[in-house]
Design a protein. Structure first.
Length: 157
């Protein structure tokens, strides 16, 4: 049964990348732009440490917490507890890569140096090169389009 639950966690983490992509493209750059807009402003235009965009943490935390509670309280829904674990793990990965590594909101690690980490930075930089809600590119985080790897290889040569 342990492999089954580990599988649920891993599959949930992978699915969350697609959920995050969809939410970023169609909610954050759609009707949720009011919360997300400040994230696209230059740092010198921001007031304080937090952004309205940080409220999206709750949007993803609520289903995770609900999964924990239902999966713990209803015996036949134990699998749902592990879905909550997967959502939480994705949230931690997202926080570490997006807020800590890319946007340097904390000085825990400054520079990773691998083709993948450089591709993530380039993809996110391309996303932030657009300041409006339309014409966005690169809405994902972990799955990076191959063009950002090719770009990295050309620059290195």
């Amino acid at each position: 049964m342990t492999v089954y639950y580990i599988g649920i966690v891993v599959i949930t983490v992978i699915i969350m990348e697609f959920v995050a992509w969809l939410a970023h493209k169609y909610i954050m750059h759609g009707w949720g732009w009011g919360w997300h807009e400040d994230h696209h402003k230059p740092h010198f235009e921001k007031e304080g440490f937090f952004e309205k965009n940080d409220l999206f943490f709750l949007v993803f935390a609520i289903p995770s917490a609900a999964s924990y509670m239902i999966g713990t309280l209803v015996e036949s829904y134990t699998w749902l507890f592990f879905v909550g674990v997967g959502i939480s793990i994705y949230g931690l990965i997202y926080f570490l890569i997006h807020d800590v590594y890319i946007h340097q909101r904390f000085s825990w690690f400054r520079q990773l140096d691998s083709p993948y980490s450089r591709a993530i930075l380039r993809a996110h930089g391309a996303h932030h090169s657009k300041t409006g809600k339309e014409d966005g590119v690169s809405f994902g985080l972990l799955f990076v389009h191959p063009r950002y790897f090719r770009k990295a290889s050309r620059l290195e040569k």
